[in-house]
Design a protein around this ligand. Structure first.
Ligand code: NAP
Ligand code: MG
Length: 501
């Protein structure tokens, strides 16, 4: 792959990656992934379905029982580290491909997604040799210890908003712990995961340890989630599909971890540093075109500062540079698909019906040339929103923020928690007691104080309530990919219980 290829006119071609081989789908079918900035076809991709998932699960099982189980922790760590270096060496090309497939601005792909991918593989490379059991001080002449073992074959289904980064969040801890994987990338953005497959081969992972099967959710995804041959399924995406995954897994009692939607409160108190809070509100909702599960999509403003804040926020939102995502100056690219664009438009209509005010944006921008066919939308602010409205309760997944006002802290906490989701929350205040009180009272898996969207491979990320269960990143991610075995050894040499002589 060269850097110019990502934007090339002739579509690229990708096959499935199964058992270390690049193969066509059993059905021979392919699908196209468009560049959302222009609507043109970026790549033609083999369309995996049940038959290919069966093959991939069998390959992952064979690798798990075979070569991979005999690979030492140190070797696994070295391969993961090598992979991180291979990615880093090709970060620029991969960022360009990510931008071409997903539409995110190149500066985000280059300075946020790719460094995050490298960081995650590097971080979990270090963990491979540090996954340990314990000795337990049980009474009597007994020795009790635990073994922390891999779960086995893991199915991993990922979304399109951070395609390669989500692959890294899932693959890195699974491989560090000694599991094998069948990964299904999202149909909208399969290309970078498949490029990653090439680097996985180059890093020396044995055949079948990682299998990558692009295809559609209803076919390939459903076949993977309901497969009897997998030991665990990890999913990131909508709460609606998360529930389908949990139901499919229930039949086989497959272990499940889910990272689902959010409707995060981002809260500004009157004592906040307004400039910082405005920046935080912008990062909270316009980053990645708002296609972020932890986006600050409910902006709570204290009634004392509401007018001043909104005036400045609106002005800044109106200046955001929306357009060609390959241009380094661009701050927002297109939404990932026409479907997402239409979904956002329908929420703008709904906001008006519900009695909210569309304070700014609310429609696509006027762009020229090829970009007229892209799925662009303007940064949009709904004001006069009530927390009970659907635009305040449902995940829109676009550059659309619902502004709600509050009077005091108890009113705020009640409203902030009155939502089905609980992924993240932000608060802007100079009062440290209030900030930490909020951190305790909010029902969310991640809390940001005077910052937003901060993440690191070492820090756990995941949801409360309908935002899912399990934690990604940090040592907590290893809990999802290991299981504990308790081993008892008699040290007395005497018969136990009353059945002896
Ligand atoms: P989605 O349907 O939940 O897609 C996420 C992943 O699940 C994709 O790989 C998808 O495959 C797969 N999938 C879909 N249906 C499946 C099924 N029945 N069984 C197994 N896997 C299945 O998300 P979406 O439709 O792309 O987006 C819809 C909404 O989901 C967004 O508007 C947003 O609210 C939410 N979302 C949340 C996140 C997040 O990070 N929490 C990410 C993306 C979307 P295909 O793409 O190939 O169909
Ligand atoms: Mg695409």
């Amino acid at each position: 792959m060269s850097s110019t290829q990502a934007a090339a006119e002739t579509p690229r071609k990708y096959q499935l990656f199964i058992d270390g081989q690049w193969v066509d789908a059993e059905s021979g079918k392919t699908f196209e992934t468009p560049n959302p900035a222009t609507g043109k076809t970026l790549a033609e991709v083999a369309e995996g379905d049940k038959a290919d998932i069966d093959k991939a699960v069998a390959a992952a099982r064979k690798a798990f029982e075979g070569k991979w189980s005999k690979t030492s922790a140190r070797e696994r760590g070295r391969m993961l580290y090598k992979l991180s270096q291979l990615i880093e060496a090709r970060a620029k090309e991969l960022a360009e491909l990510e931008t071409a497939d997903n539409g995110k601005p190149i500066r985000e792909a280059q300075y946020i997604d790719l460094p995050g991918v490298v960081e995650n593989f590097e971080y979990f490379a270090g963990w491979a040799t540090k996954i340990e059991g314990e000795t337990i001080p049980v009474p009597g002449q007994m020795f009790n210890y635990t073994l922390r073992e891999p779960v086995g074959v893991c199915g991993q289904i990922i979304p399109w908003n951070f395609p390669l980064l989500m692959a890294a969040w899932k693959l890195a801890p699974a491989l560090a712990a000694g599991n094998t994987v069948v990964l299904k990338p999202a149909e909208q953005t399969p290309t970078t995961a498949l490029e990653l497959g090439k680097l996985i081969q180059e890093a020396g992972f044995p055949d079948g340890v990682v299998n990558i099967v692009p295809g559609f959710g209803e076919t390939a995804g459903a076949a993977l989630a309901s497969h009897k041959g997998i030991d665990k399924i990890a999913f990131t995406g909508s709460t609606e599909v998360g529930k389908l995954i949990a139901k499919a897994a229930a039949d086989n009692l497959t272990k499940v971890s889910l990272e689902l939607g959010g409707k995060a409160p981002n809260i500004v108190f009157a004592d906040a540093d307004m400039e910082q809070a405005i920046n935080g509100a912008m990062m909270g909702i316009f980053f990645n075109q708002g296609q972020v599960c932890c986006a600050g999509s409910r902006l709570f403003l204290h009634e004392e500062v509401k007018d001043e804040f909104l005036e400045r926020f609106k002005e800044r939102a109106g200046k955001i540079k929306v357009g060609d995502p390959t241009d380094k100056a661009t701050q927002m690219g297109p939404q990932v698909s026409e479907e997402q664009l239409n979904r956002i438009k329908s929420y703008v209509d709904l906001a008006r019906t519900e009695g909210a005010t569309v304070l700014s944006g609310g429609c696509p921008p006027t762009l020229e040339g090829d970009f007229q066919k892209g799925y662009f939308f303007q940064p949009t602010i709904f004001s006069e929103v009530q927390n009970t409205m659907r635009v305040a309760q449902e995940e829109i997944f676009g550059p659309v923020v619902s502004v709600i006002t509050f009077k005091d802290e108890s009113d705020l906490i009640r409203q902030a928690n009155e939502v089905a989701y609980g992924l993240s929350a932000g608060i802007w205040t100079r009062d440290i007691t209030r900030a930490h009180r909020f951190a305790r009272e909010i029902k969310a898996g991640v809390v940001w104080i005077n910052t937003f969207n901060m993440m690191n491979a070492a820090s756990p990320f995941g949801g409360y309530k309908q935002s899912g269960y399990g934690r990604e990143m940090g040592k907590h991610a290893l809990e999802m990919y290991t299981q504990v075995k308790s081993v008892w050894v008699d040290l007395s040499g005497k018969p136990i219980g009353w059945f002896g002589k």
